[in-house]
Write a protein that binds this ligand. Structure first.
Ligand code: SAH
Ligand code: SF4
Length: 396
């Protein structure tokens, strides 16, 4: 892909005004039920009422999507005042929204400190997947990933992670209107979440866990654990916690069949190599035939895409209920690799499939707005650069 990606159909429209955290007030978004309880008690809620209050406030925020305490009509006026005096219900700010020709939406989101992350919504037949970021940048330096060329700025808070889901539901108008039933009829717009945006989720485990537990809570957004997939480059010591503390699906950025190549593509392999990673996966508490682990495999021309690689991969997968997701490489400006040819990708997929593993080839989505896997933040970085250039040119 060239530096000059085609202009999006709807360029940078729709800056949605959003309430920013108010100084001195605690943001209720992102608090676990236990933390919410403590916060309500600290603000003067009698302990005896705390459980009921947590339930009520939780439903307003996460089931109905209400942001204004005054709209919480089953609470007495005085209690609403107490809440408003002490708390806020704040999401990160959507700076721009881009819409791809294929319906993919990319949100550029600003968080505290002026940092920015990207969130991508991918509509499909009967479902919709939200690709959520867990960090600003990434500490890891996978050589094919554009996010990996950017330093880690910071971990996202639970509020910022849950906030990405909530702002997408805002934009898609997916909250039920109070008094109109549960709003759960028909297919959901955000039906699935993948932690495949910017960052390594297992290096921000606690915040990702708290955020996903909020999203899964049955009295709120209520997404089932099987509809959430966490993707990791292979942080071995944290992998088991994905099953025990979140219970969502697991995807591994595998990408190579020898340590020699994986050391270069996914440098965390130097710390935990293929054998160590596979041992951890064989011992994974959540492993079963109905809950297979997804192996992501980016197809890089001449690097990891031979038939020998495919056969080696099949051997490595032995004993692990797995499916293989083949990702045609998404190029970015200055990327040191090229996408494998369609023939190569299909030949590779065929070998995996004949060995008994599902091997879908992922269709790149939102390429025209740089929203495809591994491209995140690059467009923003470029935009920033051009803003800086403009400033230099105009002397402002
Ligand atoms: N840090 C996590 C999750 C984010 S990346 C991880 O590495 O798993 C989500 C997926 O996109 C990973 O499998 C990643 O390896 C892949 N990816 C990164 N850059 C890519 C690119 N340029 N083209 C295609 N896939 C890419
Ligand atoms: Fe980080 Fe994942 Fe990109 Fe590697 S592939 S640099 S772990 S975001």
């Amino acid at each position: 892909m060239s530096d000059a990606a085609p202009a999006p159909l709807v360029p940078d429209v729709h800056a949605i005004p959003r309430r920013q955290p108010v100084e001195g007030k605690v943001n209720l978004v992102g608090l676990t039920r236990a933390a919410l309880r403590e916060a309500l008690i600290a603000a003067g809620t009698p302990e005896k009422q705390a459980k009921m209050r947590v339930g009520q406030v939780w439903q307003w925020i996460y089931h109905w999507g209400v942001r204004d305490f005054d709209a919480m009509t089953n609470l007495a006026k005085d209690y609403r005042r107490l809440l408003a005096d002490n708390f806020t219900i704040a999401l990160p700010e959507v700076v721009t929204r881009q819409l791809s020709a294929d319906g993919t939406r990319k949100y550029l989101v600003r968080i505290a400190g002026g940092h920015e992350v990207e969130v991508v919504y991918i509509p499909e037949e009967g479902r919709g997947t939200l690709c959520v970021s867990s960090q600003v940048g990434c500490t890891l330096t996978c050589s094919f990933c554009h996010t990996g060329t950017q330093k880690l700025v910071r971990n996202l808070t639970p509020a910022e992670i849950v906030g990405q889901v909530m702002l997408a539901r805002d934009d898609l108008d997916e909250w039920p209107a109070p008094g109109t039933g549960t709003g759960e009829d028909g297919p959901r717009l955000v039906s699935n979440i993948v932690l495949m945006g910017m960052g390594e989720p297992l290096y921000n485990f606690d915040n990702v866990r708290d955020a996903m537990n909020i999203v899964m809570d049955g009295e709120g957004i209520a997404l089932g654990r099987r509809r959430i997939t966490l993707s990791t480059s292979g942080v071995v010591p944290e992998i088991a916690r994905t099953a025990t503390e979140i219970g969502c699906q697991l995807a591994i950025s595998f990408h190579a069949t020898t340590d020699e190549v994986r050391d270069i593509l996914v440098p965390i392999n130097k710390r935990w190599n293929i054998a160590t990673l596979l041992d951890a996966l064989k011992a994974y508490p959540g492993l079963s035939n109905s809950e297979r682990i997804t192996f992501e495999y980016v197809m890089l021309d001449g690097i990891n895409d031979t038939k020998e690689d495919a056969h080696r991969l099949v051997k490595l997968l032995e004993g692990i209920p797995a499916k293989v997701n083949l990702i045609p490489f998404n190029e970015w400006p200055g990327a040191p690799y090229k996408r494998s040819s369609g023939n190569r990708i299909h030949a590779f997929a065929d070998i995996i499939y004949k060995a008994g593993y599902a091997s879908p080839i992922r269709t790149p989505r939102g390429e025209d707005i740089m929203a495809a896997c591994g491209q995140l933040k690059s467009a923003t970085e470029r935009a920033r650069k051009s803003r800086a250039q403009i400033a230099a040119e105009t002397g402002q």
